[in-house]
Design a protein around this ligand. Structure first.
Ligand code: SAM
Length: 387
């Protein structure tokens, strides 16, 4: 057995432990788990854990189920393993070894400076002073064109924009024609996004959910991202929203079993995240509401979330699932922040902001959708007051 392959940890043996019991636990663990993943040895004064990869939840569940009188040892063993903060994820398993090896770069910080990290945003001229949203617009659903309404907001007053714009797919929206010339579409979209950038606070974030129209060969996610880069926003990252919807037919737009024009299938959408002026967003630590477990899971930038199932009920053809907005808000904003959705539709962003103690402004051109957005918040308020 090449022990160099494993991460080595140890738990000190205490006088209180019954060595026969400890040996029994070690044997059970070694029998239960593959020695390619984990194995334990006992020395004079400690138990050595050789760790490669592990489903920590399954491991904890198993050793807590072993009949024994060594609770303290079991707790220490689990603590020792879970205290490791540097690991990769493979399926449900944490990979503890070699994960960082290939990435370890000496003098990483100074090399970042040598390369001029996020150089494209260097010469931005964003003001650092932030402002407040006029109270008459706070926590309101606004029925208007965003390109009109946003002009009423001062610069630097919004903490986070989260939105999914219409994608020009030809969907049947109540008050918006969704099949414009692509040039016209992007021109209008960028007019609104430029206003979003203006009203965003210094350090604020803009999160845009984008689904390209693959059958028109328009890489909307790249075109939108390029626009933000040109406006000197800093790219924070991209999340793959895996919807697992295998609806599209192999031959609908391409060739079947022929290289002449195979059509690629996508079961996911993109979520692009940009920051204004600074990657860091200051905030009061009392206003952080993400748990450790949520944080660990959600920073892995592939989110498997089923599409919203109640679109018919709410009469809107392209809604966010609440879970997606909740993850984004808890990961990228603080409680009491102001959240803006300039394409608010049936109001999922504003509802989730409200449910998670954020302030909101939601804008949509459709009166019908705005009414639905209002009703959803009202219903949630009533439910909260009953509890
Ligand atoms: C993809 S939907 C957003 C759905 C929303 N995320 C939800 O969960 O319900 C895009 C929305 O943008 C709205 N819209 C289109 N053009 C607009 C504009 N110029 N200003 C404001 N809203 C607009 C449409 O009415 C539509 O509801």
């Amino acid at each position: 057995m090449n022990k160099e392959k494993y991460k080595e940890l140890s738990v000190k043996l205490s006088e209180n432990y019954n060595i026969a019991n400890i040996m029994n636990i070690i044997t059970k663990i070694n029998d239960k788990f593959s020695d390619k993943d984990i194995f334990l040895e006992i020395t004079e004064d400690s138990v050595v854990i050789y760790l490669y990869q592990l489903d920590v939840d399954a491991f904890s569940k198993y050793i807590n189920s072993i009949d024994n009188d060594e609770t303290e040892f079991i707790v220490k063993l689990i603590e020792c393993i879970t205290s490791i903060k540097s690991y990769g994820i493979k399926g449900k398993k944490r990979v503890f070894v070699d994960y960082n090896k290939e990435r370890k770069v000496a003098n990483r910080k100074s090399k970042e400076n040598d390369r001029n990290q996020n150089f494209y945003a260097d010469s931005h001229v964003f003001a650092k002073e932030n402002n407040s949203v006029p109270p008459e617009y706070l926590n309101k659903i606004i029925c208007d064109k965003s390109e009109n309404f946003l002009k009423k907001l001062p610069d630097n007053c919004i903490d986070l924009v989260i939105t999914s714009p219409p994608y020009n797919f030809g969907l049947a929206y109540e008050n918006h024609y969704d099949a414009n010339l692509w040039d016209t579409y992007f021109e209008k979209l960028f007019e609104i996004f430029d206003e979003c950038i203006r009203v965003l606070k210094y350090g604020g974030r803009i999160i845009v959910n984008v689904q390209p129209l693959f059958s028109d060969y328009i890489p909307t996610h790249h075109i939108i991202s390029n626009h933000f880069l040109q406006r000197k926003m800093i790219w924070k990252g991209e999340i793959i929203w895996e919807k697992n919807n295998y609806n599209c037919k192999y031959t609908a737009w391409g060739s079947w079993k022929s290289p002449s024009s195979p059509y690629l299938k996508y079961t996911w959408e993109f979520i692009e995240i940009f920051c204004k002026g600074d990657l860091k967003k200051p905030g009061n630590s009392n206003n952080i509401d993400i748990s450790a477990e949520e944080f660990k899971q959600w920073v892995v930038a592939k989110w498997s979330i089923a599409p919203e199932r109640k679109m018919k009920e709410y009469g809107h053809p392209a809604m966010f699932p609440e879970q997606l907005v909740e993850r984004a808000l808890k990961l990228f904003s603080y409680k009491n922040d102001v959240i803006l959705d300039p394409f608010n539709g049936a109001g999922t962003s504003t509802l989730v902001a409200h449910k998670n103690d954020r302030n909101y402004i939601g804008i949509d051109i459709s009166e019908e959708y705005c009414k639905t957005a209002e009703e959803r918040i009202l219903k949630s308020r009533n439910q909260m007051s009953i509890l």
